[in-house]
Ligand binder design. Sequence first.
Ligand SMILES: [Zn+2]
Length: 354
Amino acid sequence: MKKILCIGCLIAFFHTDIFAQKVECKTRITKPAVKFTQKQKDSLNTISAINTPYCVRVYITVFANNDGTLRADNDANIMTNFQYMVDRMKPHNICMMLINIRQVNNTDLNTQDTETEEGELAPYLISGCLNIFIHRAMDGNGNAYAIPNTYLSLDGQAYNIATMGHEAGHCLGLYHTFETYFGAENVTRNSGNACYDCENDGDLLCDTPADDDGGVNGSCNYIGGNTDACGVAYAPMTSNMMGYGNFICRNAFTAGQGARMRAMIAVNAGLQSITAHDIVYRPTGSNSAVLYNTGEWHQTARDHLILSNYTNDPYSVTGAAVMHIQAKKVTLKEGTHFSPTSGRVRIKSNTYCD
Ligand SMILES: [Zn+2]
């Protein structure tokens, strides 16, 4: 009897321990900071990269237990959160194209300890996409694991309307508005002031006001009442997606954050790999027929996808292959063969990009 009680104690302690650490976001800076110099920004501007519209492919995996029970979230709620993120990114010339939502039954991954189990996600990563994993229980509402990154995790029972877009912001290179890794940011935006440091401290951006994460009330007012190292009162942007404060207040990225996300996509190969080109031809040239007969794939373009454009270059999906095709306009030319047996072919219109 003593033994059983003791085990009970251990389990209780374990659970308490996890939830005692539960925070809004567990994303930490694990990679060297990417600071864009004015010269780099000017260079990116010159080649228009910083103004280019980007289309990011998103793949959502929602976990359930081995027997299919305790699904981490339902599709309707996932779509509500996805659309909120899409609407926040859109003003910054970043559209997000949903490739698929799938359910994976895995009791272990349905409860995720992001400190120790990040590596267990590897077999479930769909290449070429921003992977969003939704777990039933987690040691935080969200975690992007690294900045930048191509995958993130959400607690399906605890994430709020701003969490998905917040973690995606980390994946595309944004730091918290209250970040102190580089140094605590001062309030002044006067570059002649000795306290001016917004380009090198905080989140490295000057159009997000300095933030000490001092708290936000239900009316979206900052209630911290604190001052920076120079004695100037904080007045953070309580509606910023990359703050904490009150989640109901968080609904916008700044122009500087948008530019940083686009610049990060422009220079980061991992992020480039999750974006769809505007116009795509497959196969890409003569005598290069493609056949998919197993595995899960996506074939996308932001605007126009043309299959089997060249003579003698058929495009075939057969057998057990699962193919997700998506663009604003899809043209299937002679030579395109779809005959899946246990697999499937799904052609969807890209409704996410203007
Ligand atoms: Zn965060």
